[in-house]
Design a protein around this ligand. Structure first.
Ligand code: ATP
Length: 266
């Protein structure tokens, strides 16, 4: 565990969660606990159930069996608005209202905090401004969403999630559409969010990024958790071969673990 999060508390738990779409089983008896102050990367091959797991955590899907608890209370017992005060999710889908201007899109992140008489308060505006600055989209504030590039939109959507000011951040492939600089900036932002005590749980495909930025990696395969722990313990060539079916050579650069195809290494 990182320095500074010794007092970390378990904020989200999954107990024996199973889920399937129709008759097709996707998640198989998954039990996990997430703590405040940790940045957890969920990795694994296409179709292994990562996004489904995130949607289950967010209460967007109900498990067939098992329980999901937020601060020891079933997620299903929270109203959507109350849940949004605790959890923000950056979904994989890039859909957003094309005619809306960026500052209003980011402002949608504040809906959980707004009451009938307290809409657009100074506090809301401060959170919106801070989130836009963090994601370097302030200069896009008056642009229409439909006119943005893919990367610009992704950064605005992340700003919306940050504006929500929730204790748990669920990020589904957050670096999608981003260039290298903005990929690193987003992952650094995610790490900083964890450093302030939030639980950050991100689905990532780039294992090097996961090793570089995450405190803990959950490796999934076929709807199950194959490994869960520190990056160096999870991202072994044995685990990569078992899950992705490729033979790799692992090189380390500081925290970063890079898996290169064995056939391409001299
Ligand atoms: N709405 C849906 N209806 C039916 N099947 C679905 C639905 N969404 C996902 N699936 C199936 O569930 C399985 C897990 O999908 P999921 O999106 O969770 O995987 P993933 O690990 O996030 O994949 P990727 O890395 O490709 O994004 C896949 O076989 C997928 O085809």
């Amino acid at each position: 565990m990182k320095a500074g999060v010794e007092n970390a508390q378990t904020v989200l738990t999954l107990e024996d969660v199973t889920f399937g779409y129709g008759g097709n089983a996707v998640l198989d008896t998954i039990s996990l606990a997430f703590r405040s102050g940790e940045f957890v990367a969920i990795v694994g091959p296409n179709g292994c159930g990562k996004s489904t797991l995130l949607k289950i955590m967010a209460g967007l899907l109900s498990p067939g069996h098992g329980a999901i608890k937020l601060d020891d209370r079933p997620v299903s017992s929270f109203s959507r608005k109350n849940l949004a005060r605790h959890m923000a999710m950056l979904a994989q889908s890039n859909e957003a209202p094309a005619g809306m201007v960026v500052c209003d899109l980011v402002g949608m992140g504040r809906f959980a905090h707004e009451g009938w008489l307290s809409r657009g308060t100074a506090r809301d505006i401060a959170h919106i401004d801070a989130a836009m600055q963090t994601m370097a989209v302030t200069d896009l504030a008056d642009r229409r969403v439909g006119e943005l590039s893919g990367g610009q939109l992704q950064r605005c959507r992340m700003a919306m999630a940050l504006a929500q000011d929730a204790n748990i951040l669920l990020l589904d492939e957050p670096t999608n559409h981003l260039d290298l600089k903005h990929q690193y900036a987003l992952l650094e932002t995610a790490r900083m969010q964890a450093a302030t005590g939030r639980a950050v749980i991100a689905v990532l495909h780039d294992l090097t990024h996961a090793s570089l930025f995450a405190d803990r990696i959950i490796l999934m395969d076929g709807g199950k958790v194959l490994a869960d722990g520190a990056p160096a313990d999870v991202l072994t060539p044995e685990n990569i071969a078992a899950v992705y079916g490729i033979v790799t050579v692992a090189k380390t650069f500081g925290r970063a673990i890079v898996h290169l195809p064995e056939s391409a290494v001299e």
